[in-house]
Design a protein around this ligand. Structure first.
Ligand SMILES: Nc1ncnc2c1ncn2[C@@H]1O[C@H](COP(=O)(O)OP(=O)(O)OP(=O)(O)O)[C@@H](O)[C@H]1O
Length: 350
């Protein structure tokens, strides 16, 4: 079921002399229970697009539906109510420094009909959910970045939203803390059925928890699909760049090239990257290409990751054999669903 339906969204900002097109005729559907990652460089339009969901940014044109309700048609009061269904967390946490952890989480409940005891029970429960029960009386200044973000998550959940928007929520955090926060988001998605839209410039974060991905550039989504599709068969150069960083392929290739500078490829050797799905795919095929085409494989780097419960493999290999045999061996790998890309042993590939 579609929880969020953005259709033909345009957002333009008019400044003195120029018009900035932040989002150009873009549509996005998010299903219930999705963790939808939107990745792109700074200025791509991610925040602007996602802020139209709760009309923090009103689109210049287009339709915004949340659970079938057209948000752009709502009266201010009705919109205020609908917004309670959409929590948000940000890169800089946006906590109120003069309030305690408890006070910050209590903020969205200010006008709620709950009794004082009910509110306290609710806040205690939220703090427990993010593992901060013992920091209730602390002020933000006494907390680490990761703890501040956990307070922000508890606050975002105060009105029991169905949707959580995370705008670069882990960008200011170190890798370990980032993983803790992503782990909490994943758990909330699984346990509460929370639908999450995750904006980031780091594909790594998306790889950890998202089930769907959209890649944004210059106000448009240039590629979208399931996490598995995007990681195993990216089409656009930008998508490939993001993935090569997130899978450590870039770093591995640097090391491989350094190795090859010391011991360059022989004339009957070629460098390839192979990507495959399933942990029983590559190894037998590589043995087959030796038996069938006398092409030997030397694996210089290999890595296996589990993405949405599916093993996804990446290897950088040297294939050795007669030119013609390597060509046939590569086509045979491709016929078996393995993605094969020839790499330049010396310089940065395109
Ligand atoms: N309120 C505004 N007024 C004028 N221009 C804006 C406004 N908000 C965003 N923009 C412009 O719209 C474009 C898209 O910005 P947006 O913040 O959506 O990108 P982003 O991909 O989220 O990047 P970042 O992560 O850096 O925020 C940029 O060129 C930005 O300068």
């Amino acid at each position: 079921m579609a929880v969020i339906e953005l259709k033909d969204i345009n957002v333009t900002f008019k400044q003195k002399k120029q018009t900035i097109v932040a989002v150009q005729n873009e549509s996005l559907t998010v299903e219930k229970g999705d963790i939808y990652g939107i990745v792109g460089y700074s200025g791509a339009g991610k925040s602007t697009l996602v802020r139209t969901i709760n009309l923090l940014q009103r689109p210049t044109s287009g339709s915004v539906k949340v659970n079938g309700t057209e948000m752009t048609d709502l009266s201010p009061n009705a919109l205020r109510d609908e917004r309670k269904n959409i929590g948000m967390i940000f890169q800089h946490f946006n906590l109120m420094d003069e309030l305690t952890v408890f006070g910050n989480v209590a903020q969205p409940l200010k006008h709620s009909k709950l009794s004082k005891t009910e509110k306290k029970a609710k806040i205690d429960h939220l703090l427990e959910l993010v593992g901060l029960s013992d920091r209730s009386d602390n002020y933000p200044a006494q907390l680490s970045g990761g703890q501040k973000q956990r307070v922000a998550i508890a606050r975002a959940l105060a009105n029991d939203p169905e949707i959580l928007i995370s705008d670069e929520a882990t960008s200011a955090l170190d890798p370990k803390t980032t993983n803790q926060i992503l782990g909490i988001l994943k758990r909330l998605n699984e346990e509460l059925g929370l639908t999450i839209v995750l904006i980031t410039h780091e594909m790594q974060a998306i790889k950890e928890i998202a089930n769907k991905v959209a890649v944004m550039e210059d106000g448009t989504i240039i590629e979208r699909g399931s996490l598995l599709e995007i990681f195993t068969n990216p089409q656009q150069k930008l998508t490939k760049d993001f993935i090569n960083t997130a899978t450590n392929r870039d770093e591995a290739l640097l090391n491989v090239r350094e190795l090859l500078r010391e011991k360059p490829l022989a004339s009957d050797e070629q460098l390839y990257q192979i990507n495959y799905v399933g942990n029983d795919t590559a190894q037998p095929l590589l043995s087959t290409i030796y038996a069938d085409y006398q092409v030997t494989t030397n694996i210089l780097y290999s890595n296996m990751e589990i993405l949405t419960k599916t093993p996804v493999g990446l290897a950088i290999v040297v294939l050795k054999g007669a030119d013609e045999n390597i060509r046939t061996a590569v086509s045979s790998l491709v016929d078996h669903g393995v993605h094969v890309t020839q790499l330049d042993a010396e310089k940065e590939d395109a």
